[in-house]
Ligand binder design. Structure first.
Ligand code: GLP
Length: 247
């Protein structure tokens, strides 16, 4: 595992965008795993900037979402598919129909999870972006999620719902359930890039990177993956004890 501590949150986003750009330009048919959450917004903004100013093309990309809330209308601004459209697709040449995700409105959610699991596995995601929850979750795999879990419906923890409330208008309840790729699904990607910024992430980053691999800290499963880059700002790295690489 390579751990990179950038000088700031902004430069951490640039480092993550560099890795995405390298992957997209090197691969003839890039299957890119997208994460959502506040941390990813700076990465999307940087990809948009590179598209606008430097001609970076996402035209050949097929993108796969990690997770989606259950119970929101598809056009709800809080739905992850909406977020990705608003912050990325609308501003670049990534085709809207090249963004894939689970359908949380499907009549049979178990069948939908199985369908999406199969779709992601067949796609062979080459690079998967990841954030991390303050409780150590990746995607919506909450503490206790089996390390070999696959795409499924999960109940969100109170901590996650409290953390994510900032992404919803005041008065709108954060959904209680979501569809998420499993830890096993995520681990099948060719390369993982986990980005975390801010002091509120420092404890979960330290447990994920230096603690034991345990389902109590779902992000610790990245230690089992052969190709992982963890990109941090100084605050998120503040509880690491081992040496880290320069950007
Ligand atoms: C949500 C997403 C996760 C993401 C996490 C971190 O819970 N499901 O994939 O890692 O948010 O979010 P933020 O970057 O807003 O802290």
């Amino acid at each position: 595992m390579r751990v990179v501590v950038a000088a700031s949150a902004r430069s951490a986003a640039r480092v993550a965008a560099d890795l995405v750009e390298e992957f997209i330009t090197a691969s003839p048919s890039p299957a890119l795993g997208l994460a959502t959450g506040e941390t990813m917004e700076a990465v999307f903004a940087e990809l948009v900037r590179r598209h606008r100013d430097e001609g970076l093309s996402l035209a050949g990309v097929e993108a796969y979402l990690l997770d989606e809330y259950v119970g929101l209308a598809p056009c709800d601004p809080g739905a992850y598919r909406s977020v990705v459209h608003r912050l990325l697709v609308r501003h670049v040449d990534l085709r809207a129909d090249a963004v894939h995700g689970p359908d949380p409105a499907a009549a049979d959610l178990a069948a939908e999870c199985a369908r999406y699991e199969q779709q992601v596995r067949v796609a062979e995601v080459g690079l998967q972006l990841l954030g991390i929850g303050s409780n150590g979750h990746i995607a919506f795999n909450e503490p206790g999620s089996p390390l070999d879990s696959t795409t499924r419906v999960v109940v969100l923890s109170d901590q996650t719902r409290t953390d994510n409330a900032r992404c919803f208008p005041a008065g709108q309840a954060v959904p209680t359930r979501a569809i998420t790729q499993g830890i096993g699904t995520i681990g099948a990607a060719g390369r993982l890039v986990l980005l975390a910024c801010g002091r509120h992430k420092a404890a979960s980053v330290a447990r994920a990177v230096e603690g034991p691999v345990t389902c109590d800290v779902p992000a610790s499963a990245i230690q089992l993956h052969p190709s992982v880059t963890v990109v941090l700002d100084p605050a998120a790295s503040s509880r690491l004890t081992k040496r880290v690489a320069d950007p």
